[in-house]
Design a protein around this ligand. Sequence first.
Ligand code: NAP
Length: 278
Amino acid sequence: MAINQRSVVEANGAAIPVLGFGTWQLEGDVCAEAVQTALACGYRHIDTAQVYDNEEAVGQGLAGSGVARDEIFVTTKVWMDQMEEARLQGSVELSLKKLGLDHVDLLLIHWPNPDVPLKETMAALSEVKRFGMARHIGVSNFPVATMEEAIALASEPLVTNQVEYHPGLDQTPVLEACRRNGMALTAYSPLGRGDLLSDPVLVEIAEDHGKTAAQVMLRWLIQQEGVAAIPRSGNPAHIKSNFDVFDFSLGEEDMDRIFALAEPGGRMVDPEWAPHWD
Ligand code: NAP
């Protein structure tokens, strides 16, 4: 079988590197070093958020890496208490200041907030893009109906919906909706927060390919049309090995065995403010 060497997902004008680096729960020097390690290993897509409280550390990692700014795809996310028009732009200005950047490549609404009209939030998000503070915009944790409402309300194209996606969780409705709308699905918690690493099916497939269960999960994700993944690690060996997924591919049988692992209770990130999921 031909090995899929696709390095980006094309989505409504954006070229999103298919494998990014997540930074949730990485802070301070540990975070800055992890970002530098990721960039040295070849990652060109870094994911942060206002609420992670690490935008400064991510900025230090970017600056210290020696990699040219225009080679790196940087995402941040606007937190739920900054969704009003009067706040959103100011919050992005602060994010850029902390990151040490004049723009991000992708700016996401972190979670839907039913207390603020979506029309207002999408207008403010679109405006921030027009001002050049973000090259692309999108959403995160949006169920299909809310995502399609957001698309209709935004005056600029949305390029991704960042949602939880790993072998334990079926995301077919969201993935199909993203594909229908020319958007990517960015898979967060792609390793099931580490909990799926000892799954016997994944371990067996990994052994067959001389790979790790983490590499198999990431390969399974990025082999799906329109899917990017953003694993997180604070461990340099894991950061490196998680990027080493471009020299093998999974056949249809392996892909299907992994699809069959999804379970109704497979969702791991489900806070009290979560929307009604698809
Ligand atoms: P994840 O990437 O699925 O898993 C991270 C866990 O797996 C860590 O405990 C890490 O430990 C371990 N790990 C990573 N690589 C490993 C390897 N090769 N071998 C063994 N263990 C390994 O979890 P996540 O952080 O929840 O998700 C990834 C990113 O998605 C986040 O960092 C964040 O950027 C984003 N995210 C977004 C949202 C949202 O609401 N939009 C929500 C959740 C996450 P070590 O550090 O020891 O390697």
